[in-house]
Design a protein around this ligand. Sequence first.
Ligand code: CO
Ligand code: CO
Ligand code: CO
Length: 306
Amino acid sequence: MPRWADENVLVGFETADDAGVYKLTPELALVQTVDFFTPIVDDPYTYGAIAAANALSDVYAMGGRPLSSLSLVGFPAKGDPEDLEQILRGGAEKMREAECSILGGHSIADDEIKFGYAVTGAIHPESIKTNAGARVGDALVFTKRLGTGVISTALKRGIAAAEHVEESVRQMATLNRRACDEMLRFDAHGCTDVTGFGLIGHAREMALASKVTLEIEVDRLRFLPGAVEYAREGAIPGGLNNNREFASCVVESARPQAKEVEDLLYDPQTSGGLLYTLPEDQVERLGEAYRIGRVVARGEKPIRLL
Ligand code: CO
Ligand code: CO
Ligand code: CO
């Protein structure tokens, strides 16, 4: 895309960050992002809530505070209006939980349902957390468990246990707000949220932007209950294979990894957790976030699995 110089653009599209940031005054900048997708669960209310949590996440991933949002809706002309009402209600209640005001939105007739939000947040220009902030010597931490893509695929195949689906849905609908609040209490350096490109895909962006290698201790990673076994049974989303094809060239491994665990490192996440770095000596004071590795000087590959 063409670009032109504007000194108020603090974060633009060039760096593959979660949201754009535009400076209004030396103390205040806008964080702006948009996200929408097709239904990922059957229940319309839950779909709306997850779409809202997912759209808000990119503001939290920059260290920002959401202020307002606009909804984007694609809905079939002959669809059930009750479903649409439930989608909007699920989204609105999640936005209220985030204390983010819905100002309006736009809808079009569309054969395939689509829903999401454009979200605007606020941030101090000096406390923006980007992909480029990771520093050698930092610890690498994560705030959710992996496996939402594999569990959704297992559900489509009819092999997922109800309690595993419920737990995955609960996590997807959980705001990254608390995780962001916790991050902001520490000297976090780089941050992103793990979504469609999977853990490796988003770690890759951080490693490249920060010009470092991220070492991930695979045994420290947490997975949603059922995820490892469904991956072993072959419930692999198409996006997972695409992610691996795209990003595996930046990964080296110090030892052979179990196939199903390695699969989950590429699993596309919906409304996934925050992945961030902070000084090693602050890790023991973390509550929600857990350590998954560390930042080292750029080695042979940008990501090294241990
Ligand atoms: Co993001
Ligand atoms: Co996004
Ligand atoms: Co309009």
